[in-house]
Design a protein around this ligand. Structure first.
Ligand code: ATR
Length: 266
């Protein structure tokens, strides 16, 4: 039997186990997917232990994505992001991926949104914003980053080719000329607030929210009212899992099954 899991702190309420177990079942793969609540002071030991035990793959969540980056040998693209959320323990050693980034791009493809040549605004400058900014740039969008702490937006923009950093107050002006607006802040998480003013939305925008609790955030509700297309945060969660599954097993992921399993647990 193959063993996979999610490592983080906390991981108790993770939606990854039902999503991956449904995928393994659907594909007839004899595998288990378990949760590992790791001690932050012993995270490197935990990764080594997983490798020594013959664990096949790990999803890495907060606060260990940078530790996972240091533990694995990431490729050039992931080196820029500085975070790894998926480890594949291969015969030649642990390989790190950032499927938060690749998965978000697949979520956009799934919704028939082409990012190439678009103007994409990322709101926020933390870990989630990094994955989105590098992902959008990779997909051929011009990235603008707006953040409450503007210096952090500018620092991130300095790392992303062609990107610019902005104050949060500039968000309505940025939205006026944008094609895509992504919320990568924690605003809206278990609250009915939005980081974007309701009247800044217009029908030519695509709205993406990395927050998935609740699924229908104020950010997405305001966008929908203005006629914008919306993509909720569960799609990012789904496709980071889809990409991980495909990396680990070499098989096409049963996307519909995983989506149903995920949404039934939200
Ligand atoms: P993550 O790694 O999940 O992205 P994070 O690093 O804590 O989380 O980043 C949270 C983001 O939400 C930051 O961009 C933060 O802005 P600051 O850099 O100014 O702290 C943003 N954020 C959190 N609360 C906010 C609020 N009330 N208004 C605007 N932005 C907020």
């Amino acid at each position: 039997m193959d063993v996979y899991g999610i490592i983080g702190s906390p991981v108790e309420h993770s939606l990854s186990p039902p999503m991956h177990e449904a995928a393994f079942r659907e594909r007839g793969i004899d595998a288990k997917y378990v949760t590992f609540e790791a001690d932050p002071d012993r995270i490197e030991e935990a990764f080594r232990g997983a490798e020594a035990l013959g664990i096949d793959g790990l999803t890495v969540t907060l606060p260990f994505k940078h530790d996972a980056f240091e533990f694995t040998e990431p490729d050039e693209q992931i080196r820029r992001v500085g975070a790894v959320n998926t480890i594949d323990f291969t015969e030649s050693g642990p390989v790190g991926y950032n499927t938060d980034m690749t998965g978000t791009l697949r979520a956009f493809e799934h919704h028939d949104v082409a990012l190439e040549g678009t103007r994409a605004v990322v709101v926020g400058a933390g870990g989630a914003a990094r994955a989105l900014a590098f992902g959008f740039e990779e997909a051929g969008a011009t990235v603008q980053i707006a953040n409450r702490t503007a210096s952090k937006a500018r620092d991130l923009a300095d790392e992303v080719p062609e990107a610019t950093g902005h104050e949060l107050e500039e968000l309505p002006d940025l939205m006026a000329d944008a094609d895509v607006v992504a919320n990568a802040t924690s605003v809206g998480l278990e609250s009915d607030e939005s980081v974007a003013p309701a009247d800044a939305w217009h029908g030519d925008l695509v709205a993406f929210d990395a927050v998935y609790k609740p699924l229908e955030t104020r950010f997405l509700k305001d966008a929908a009212v203005a006629g914008a297309q919306t993509i909720d945060g569960a799609w990012m969660l789904l496709f980071q899992g889809v990409d991980a599954f495909e990396m680990w097993t070499g098989e096409d992921a049963p996307v519909e099954t995983m989506n149903e399993a995920l949404r039934s647990h939200l």
